[in-house]
Design a binder for this molecule. Structure first.
Ligand SMILES: C[S@@+](CC[C@H](N)C(=O)[O-])C[C@H]1O[C@@H](n2cnc3c(N)ncnc32)[C@H](O)[C@@H]1O
Length: 330
């Protein structure tokens, strides 16, 4: 009799054990491992109890084993990731692999071969609402970020900083930015002869950028409340002004007054050797429906459809692409 009970008990244990082993996953053996983190031990014990339950449905059992797999193999997965990271670092150090863009070496402006100067005119802060200043801050921040990521950053100036705290307080880490700063405005800083104010309202179409001049972009989001303002100011100051040659190279569904960062991106692209067409198409978001013109000025292919994701949109470091369009007329 005693022998029968003993056999029954042994059979029970065998059944229990078989419920706790699947392929290479052995719950009891893992629980005996003294290196198992406490958090995983508790989780495994809970899963074990659930698996031993009598009336457990097949799909539930499958799900529980998936969780067991996840817990038991956590350490192996982490070790594997560590090895991969180590290998990647070694490959980068030995030149077998390019560093990821995010970690690409930052070239300081002073070391850049690109000597083209762009100034963001921060003196316009008092013409904006607080919400507009916040949006402007985001666009200025984006200009700084994309410039910093370039192989050849251009010389970025922030001018009109005197009394512009309402604006600069929105710029994250501003104190440490690698930019040229000027309390004065662009005219006093560069001299009348050396500046060109970029404005979509100008009659003059820009031919190209020159290292001898500084190109000013109005750091302003105004939703067309101040249409023509920067042009008017440029005329009053007696300085040159020009619009980017958008009409010459693209047809756009929407208006041709750009956001600060799209304008800056075009300058940056061009300064880094892209053609005007490429510089514009890569900077302007697809929703603006820009289409390249052919040599006869006819509408051509929608390059944005071909090459939709322009380089910066998906980079978390750069934040969201700005969507604060300025609704000026073309
Ligand atoms: C949102 S717009 C501001 C519009 C503002 N009402 C004005 O009078 O300039 C921001 C800045 O981007 C630049 N910008 C926008 N579109 C441009 C274009 N098509 N050509 C040249 N610069 C442009 C200008 O410097 C402009 O001040």
């Amino acid at each position: 009799m005693a022998g029968k009970v003993e056999t029954a008990r042994e059979e029970g244990t065998a059944v229990e054990n078989s419920l706790l082993i699947k392929g290479s996953l052995d719950i009891e053996a893992t629980l005996r491992d003294s290196d198992l983190p406490e958090k995983d031990r508790l989780k495994l014990k809970t899963l074990r109890d659930q698996l031993l339950a009598q009336d457990i449905a097949k799909h539930r059992r499958k799900k529980l084993w998936k969780e067991v797999d996840w817990v038991i193999n956590r350490k192996r997965r982490n070790d594997q990731k560590k090895q991969e990271r180590k290998k990647r670092r070694l490959e980068i150090r030995t030149g077998v692999r390019e560093p990821s863009q995010k970690r690409a070496k930052i070239v300081r402006m002073a070391d850049s071969d690109c000597k083209i100067k762009v100034a963001l005119d921060l003196s316009l802060h008092d013409l904006m609402t607080e919400a507009e200043r916040t949006k402007t801050g985001k666009q200025v921040q984006r200009c700084y970020a994309i410039n910093r990521r370039m192989e050849q950053p251009l010389r970025l100036y922030l001018t009109g900083l005197r009394d512009a705290e309402a604006m600069t307080k929105n710029l994250f880490g501003f104190e440490n930015w690698d930019v040229f700063r000027a309390e004065d405005d662009h005219v006093s800083h560069f001299g009348k002869e050396k500046v060109v104010y970029l404005t979509g309202d100008s009659e003059v179409e820009l031919e190209d950028f020159s290292e001898d001049e500084a190109y000013v972009i109005g750091a302003m989001v105004d939703h067309n409340r101040h249409k023509g303002l920067t042009l008017k100011r440029a005329i009053e100051a007696g300085i040159r002004h020009a619009r980017l040659p958008l009409d010459k190279y693209v047809d756009m569904k929407s208006r041709k007054v750009l956001t600060i960062d799209h304008c800056f991106q075009i300058v940056l692209n061009r300064a880094n050797g892209l053609s005007w067409q490429e510089s514009i198409m890569r900077a302007i978001p697809a929703r603006k429906g820009a289409q390249l013109k052919d040599d006869d000025g006819n509408e051509g292919v929608d390059e944005n459809e071909k090459e939709h994701d322009h380089a910066d949109d998906s980079d978390p470091d750069l934040g969201k692409e700005s969507d604060d369009e300025c609704h000026g007329s073309s």
